[in-house]
Design a protein around this ligand. Sequence first.
Ligand SMILES: Cc1ncc(C[n+]2csc(CCOP(=O)(O)OP(=O)(O)O)c2C)c(N)n1
Ligand SMILES: [Mg+2]
Length: 597
Amino acid sequence: MSKSEPKKVSDFLVARLTAWGVEVVYGYSGDGINGILGALGRAGNRPRFIQPPHEELAALMAVGHAKYSGKVGVCLVTQGPGAVHALNGLYDAKLDHQPVVAILGQVSQTASGSYYQQEIDLVSLYKDVAHEHVHVLAAPEQAHHLIDRAFRSALAERTVAAIIVPHDVQDQEAPEQPKAEHGNIVTTVGYVPPRVLPRDSELTRAADVLNAGIKVAVLAGAGALQASDELIEVALRLDAGLAKALLGKAAVPDDLPFVTGSVGFLGTRASNELMKRCDTLLIVGSQFPYTEFLPKPGQARCVQIDIDGKAIGGRYPAEVGLVGDSVETLRALLPRLSQKATSFQEQLRSLIQESRREQEQVALTEAHPLNPARVFWELNKVLPDDLIVAGDCGTATFWYAKYIELRRGMLASLSGTLATMGSALPYALAAKVSFSSRPVLALVGDGAMQMSGLNALITVAQHWRDWSDPRLVIVVLNNQQLSYVTWEQRAMEGDPKFAPSQDLLDFPFARYAELLGLASVRVASPQALEAACQEAFRASRPFLIEAVTDPNVPPLPPELTDKQRTKLKAAFFKGDADAPAVLHQLEQTTGFNMRRA
Ligand SMILES: Cc1ncc(C[n+]2csc(CCOP(=O)(O)OP(=O)(O)O)c2C)c(N)n1
Ligand SMILES: [Mg+2]
């Protein structure tokens, strides 16, 4: 655009993104956003446009960006199919409470309502995912306030906001700063989160409950990720054990002697015991859904801290609900807590050791060709400082939650609440965009790779040379099966494996990575694992480890319930082709026996 050419709405939009501090936009091209893409070009690609080969990946990258960097993720997609494709990633943001702004193209206003090519009622479609803010920018004068409000909605409500920009409006003349006249809205950029603290009286009540406890358990979730120091101090003061929900895994390091690790289906036996034994529960920033893994109602007195008042008491009957920021609230609570010496942490120490020994035994159990637990066991030995971990949905999530020992300073996340397959690669890419000097590890199943990871790998190949530290290690569990769901078919439904829905092609992941110019190795023997893990984190380019793992090693919950035993028995009696192999594993690791079950 020459200097004399007037600026367009798109130029204003791009400049406003920069004013909001946006440095990266994840998106995918289409004529519905060509006006905006043109403006990005005129702005010298600032913010930087990053394009994976699918809008869902772009949206998931925006979520990963928000999670790891703490900044708003922005995603830009075209009308119709582009907007539809982005939805799954945006739901991931909504369900995990991440601030993401989606900018969507739309057919020109002049054609709107004519059932035009690619015309979809985007306001209706996005009404749920972007329930706080979804509006059409129909007149240039709206641009200031619609954009500013979208960012504020995303940040203040920690959710998704959407702006729909019709093609012709993108090219209209940019608005002046609106005058403060009737019908005009004047807004500005900027948002500073408030300090949210509970009332003093509630802090005192909470402290009374916590001080009275003999066996205190702390459960940390995603809302506690910034509160490491405070959580540790509170646990030490209360002589408490500390367990973590999946999204809170990075809240405190795993090498502390009172940290029991993950809780729930994917949790450790130590966390399970902690929940069974505690008389007092402090929940910090967690909406961990599986209540059967919490103390029985009535067993423990509960204090819950959450920034969202609606979440209080939502999973466990909380005697005191503290609505507040987790860091600030724990800091306000600390002076009210008295030092306990109940020796509960002492008791937990041996439980934690026992739980680790059991995990080691599972990892070292022979499987064909590789025991997936062994892969994670070996990975633990080589995790570099400063690592960022990206998980997926499948058994890799299970082994990650249970085995990976995070240290101070590491970041880790995955699609927690939506639990969509395919989060690991886009999250890992977003981690690299925000922190290109940090090593990143993506943990993913072969099903998720076949679903969308293979496409995301193309983006790895396209961008890795831009990273100051090229290390991105991708571990693919090639078990030729959607094995987590196979396990659910057996243990939850009492059905045998339904092969047509569960079996996958033995895809050559390592060879595919090599084709893309990445480093890779296919590992099919436990002896080769250690060297492969070491080599991967020493490599000077992204490295894919294709671990050929046994789908018949079951992702066992910390305790098999009677119901699960009955279901498993039923599944195996109905003629599961893999029954002998699974039973063999079960017998070796849990003593589960069909005759005795
Ligand atoms: C988009 C999506 N579709 C389906 C599911 C249901 N699901 C959860 S885990 C899983 C299996 C994942 O298979 P794979 O990636 O091969 O990992 P594995 O469990 O075999 O290690 C499926 C189908 C899901 N979570 N997300
Ligand atoms: Mg699989």
